[in-house]
Write a protein that binds this ligand. Structure first.
Ligand code: NI
Length: 226
């Protein structure tokens, strides 16, 4: 399941991110890559744990915490502190799968990566190429979103970023462990929650809504691993 989450950041927040990133120091993106992905990764990252990454990571984290669509789709249990990358012209990230387990720096905590996320920070018309392509059994899905929008996709998928051929592509990226490990169950819960929210608008007084809400929570109770 891939979910597009619009307007995670406001235009002002995106502008602030870009301003901080313009002045920041960049390191080779292979620093967070595994053995296979390190061979196909050619981009830059803000130093993990550096001042810029920490400040912007907190900004993105706070925005995610209040985003109802993100919470409904991801059912996040633990979110990796957001990282930030930059693809200059000719930079790319070849096909790879994300590491299954990630240590959260400075916490001794580990997370299982159930979902991967990319938050776009450059406007799509400011660069060419740089599409995130997620490969699944239904084919390739090419994603290039407005600045401030986020795509959630399964960490189990092979994916790549096509070479940037003009301009600069800035983004934030991170992983998360979901309360519901199985993606088919998470997808059912998301559909059910979406339908309940729509019914709340259409027939707010219906007693059936109470039952459906009960079903949602009781499925979550069965499937969640808090
Ligand atoms: Ni990846």
């Amino acid at each position: 399941m891939m979910v597009h989450i619009p307007n995670v950041l406001t235009a002002t927040e995106v502008a602030h991110c870009r301003e901080v990133m313009e002045k920041a120091d960049w390191v080779d993106g292979r620093i967070t890559a595994g053995h296979q992905s390190g061979q196909v990764k050619k981009n830059l990252q803000l130093a993990e744990g550096g001042v810029a990454a920490r400040e912007l990571g907190a900004l993105v984290g706070a925005a995610l915490e209040k985003n109802a669509l993100f919470i409904s789709a991801a059912l996040p249990q633990r979110v990796f502190p957001p990282l930030f990358n930059r693809y200059d012209t000719s930079m790319t990230f070849g096909s790879h799968v994300d590491n299954a387990i990630r240590a959260v720096p400075g916490t001794g905590q580990r997370i299982r990566t159930d979902l991967s996320a990319t938050l776009f920070l450059s406007e799509p018309d400011s660069y060419d190429g740089g599409e995130l392509v997620v490969e699944d059994t239904y084919g390739d899905h090419s994603v290039k979103l407005p600045a401030g929008d986020l795509i959630l996709y399964p960490s189990t998928s092979l994916h790549h970023v096509t070479p940037v051929t003009r301009g600069v592509r800035l983004a934030s990226f991170f992983w998360l462990q979901s309360l519901v490990r199985e993606s088919s169950q998470r997808s059912l819960l998301f559909d059910l929650d979406t339908a309940i929210m729509r019914l709340n608008q259409e027939v707010p007084a219906s007693p059936s809504l109470v039952m459906l809400t009960g079903v949602y929570h009781n499925l979550l109770r069965q499937w969640a691993e808090p």
